[in-house]
Write a protein that binds this ligand. Structure first.
Ligand code: NAP
Length: 246
């Protein structure tokens, strides 16, 4: 896909799904702003992207901070002149049963997954509205559609991301900014690595395609939403889960 001279911001791109999304966009010729709280993983991803011949900016930032997210947008425009694509990928889990869930576990997950998505979207929207063009892709989760035991905070945050996606799509449509979400299922990353073997086995039983998803599976869906082939699609959530929740 030709993304030459396009500019993308990918949050949580030091590792996991975000890193792969950034690599894939860069393979298409896109210049990238990498955003993460971890400086070490950020600089490693930056090195791996630079060899693809595109420009890379790294911004150590916390998506829960309004000041940080405004800095991400401002520094990107200062370096590259515009923002074409935002991928809201930064996200965490803090699993617990509702009865045992601590206030901090609820607040932190909502702050990063949902408020972080709002903060980044708001910060880039100023620039995209001016350009009358843009693509925003939010990484939700199938848990935000079906819920899950021990993940009430995560489910609520991701359901919020899906509803936020629809509202943003309606608000920004007159300015030619498409906003869509991706709901991955069980993807092989550090986030799922920590799950107990019996839980992993149970999840595998529910996947008709009989394999875990890969970071590439999610990145491929992002590529569709930033391509011209999806010009007439906005406000949608694409489930990437091997058929788990059809
Ligand atoms: P991951 O491997 O834990 O990567 C998440 C990245 O986000 C990490 O680099 C993390 O930094 C960064 N991050 C965390 N808090 C941040 C903050 N406040 N500001 C900026 N960056 C922050 O997770 P993943 O599996 O790739 O997940 C990526 C996205 O996909 C998340 O939104 C997740 O909910 C969603 N998702 C994942 C799965 C799955 O099965 N893996 C399924 C459905 C949806 P640190 O390294 O410092 O923590």
């Amino acid at each position: 896909m030709n993304l030459k001279d396009k500019v993308a911001i990918v949050t949580g791109s030091g590792r996991g799904i975000g890193r792969e999304i950034a690599l894939k966009l860069a393979s298409g010729g896109c210049n990238i702003t990498l955003v993460d709280v971890d400086e070490n993983t950020l600089s490693q991803t930056a090195k791996d992207i630079e060899v693809k011949g595109v420009k890379v900016l790294t911004v150590k930032a916390d998506v829960t901070s309004v000041v940080d997210t405004e800095r991400i947008a401002d520094e990107t425009v200062k370096s590259f002149g515009k923002i074409d694509i935002l991928v809201n990928n930064a996200g965490i889990t803090r699993d617990n049963l509702i009865m045992r869930m601590k206030e901090d576990e609820w607040d932190r997950v909502l702050a990063i997954n949902l408020k972080g998505t709002f903060n980044c979207t708001k910060a880039v929207s100023r620039y995209m509205m001016k350009e009358r063009s843009g693509r925003i892709v939010n990484i939700a989760s199938v848990i935000g559609i079906g819920g899950n035991v021990g993940q009430a905070n995560y489910a609520a945050s991701k359901a919020g991301v899906i509803a936020f996606t629809k509202s943003a799509a309606k608000e920004f449509a007159p300015r030619n900014i498409n906003v869509n979400a991706i709901a991955p299922g069980f993807i092989q990353t550090a986030m799922t690595e920590v799950l107990k073997d019996d839980i992993k086995a149970k999840m595998m039983e529910r996947i008709p395609l009989q394999r875990l998803g890969t970071v590439q599976d999610v990145a491929n869906a992002v590529m569709f939403f930033v391509s011209e082939e999806s010009n007439y699609i906005t406000g949608q959530t694409l489930v990437v889960d091997g058929g788990m929740i059809m």
